[in-house]
Design a protein around this ligand. Structure first.
Ligand SMILES: [Zn+2]
Length: 315
């Protein structure tokens, strides 16, 4: 059986044709977030391209799964809201199904990344899995007894917005001191920006002041590689906050595994030690001794694979 899996984010849209347990084709394009129509057109383009390539190989896709970076009402097939995208109460599932004449299933992107880790990735064969996507923002997904847990309105697993530091720095959604405001790529960037504004001087700050647009968490990571103490401190701190967050989640869920994915994993070697220290100090022993924290084995395809699995398991 063949299906299409699409991972739609505010900056890029990636998709795969999944057939007989293999990625047969893939597509990647920039997401045009000018309006809901341009977002829909991009999704139709990605799906059509994969469907055309499938039929030229004699394969027919039976369904389409889509992961969207936003709050998704899975039962209604609606994007309730999406930070950084012009989608609000948008019936994306039915719009796409009409355009493409195929069954379409839509879920949150991090939920689908969690599903992929549980079925095919680092958490394969686990029953209780928590997943965190670490990038510009922080997303999360919960797999209980092998199935995604979505909550009453589909917004469960928003691990980025659990409070770590009361009254701390603000995230893009306006909360103070949440995990996303302390440990995401954006949080790391803002920390450097703050130190630069305070007049702190270092090679890394000079780099930031020279070129703030191209500066990001990856630049901090590069300075850490060169043993820049400021860069190492910032990543260690972000790692510590992440460890507190994971401890809270492990104390609530008692999972088999916690899997981590996303662009920020490039900085993981500089975050892990402090992450484990905070985690071990704050997770209750019975849960901590059982849970394993693992980095994703699926790389950039995790989201698309999860979307393909959603279509496969529902078609
Ligand atoms: Zn938040």
């Amino acid at each position: 059986m063949a299906v299409i899996g699409i991972d739609e984010g505010a900056s890029k849209t990636a998709g795969i044709l999944w057939s007989e347990g293999r990625i047969e084709e893939s597509v990647r394009l920039r997401t045009d977030t000018t309006s809901s129509e341009t977002v829909l057109a991009g999704l139709v383009e990605a799906c059509s391209s994969l469907m055309d390539r499938a039929s030229s190989r004699g394969i027919e896709a039976s369904g389409i799964g889509i992961g969207v970076a936003g709050y998704i009402d899975f039962a209604q097939g609606m994007v309730s809201d999406a930070p950084n995208q012009p989608l609000h109460d948008y019936p994306i599932r039915d719009m796409l199904a009409r355009e493409l004449a195929k069954p379409v299933y839509v879920d949150n992107d991090a939920n689908l990344a969690a599903l992929a880790e549980a079925r095919l990735g680092a958490g394969k064969d686990s029953r209780y899995l928590l997943h965190l996507t670490l990038g510009t923002g922080i997303g999360g997904g919960i797999v209980i007894d092998g199935q995604l847990y979505r909550g009453a309105k589909g917004s469960a697993g928003e691990f980025g917005h659990i409070t770590i530091m009361e009254g701390g720095p603000q995230c893009n959604s306006g909360h103070r001191g949440c995990l996303e405001a302390l440990s995401s790529g954006t949080a790391i960037y803002r920390r450097v920006e703050h130190l630069a504004a305070e007049g702190v001087a270092s090679d890394m700050i000079a780099d930031f002041l020279e070129n703030p647009e191209s500066f990001g968490a990856h630049t901090v990571c590069r300075h850490a590689e060169q043993k820049d103490t400021l860069a190492l401190d910032i990543l260690r701190e972000a790692g510590g906050h992440l460890g507190y967050g994971i401890a809270t989640l492990v104390n609530i869920f008692n999972p088999d595994v916690v899997t981590l994915s996303g662009g920020l994993l490039d900085c993981y070697p500089y975050m892990a030690e402090e992450m484990y220290r905070a985690y071990e100090e704050n997770a209750i022993p019975i849960s901590r001794r059982h849970a394993r924290i693992l980095t994703s084995t699926l790389g950039k395809d995790g989201g698309s694979l999860g979307a393909a699995l959603l279509a496969l398991e529902n078609s």
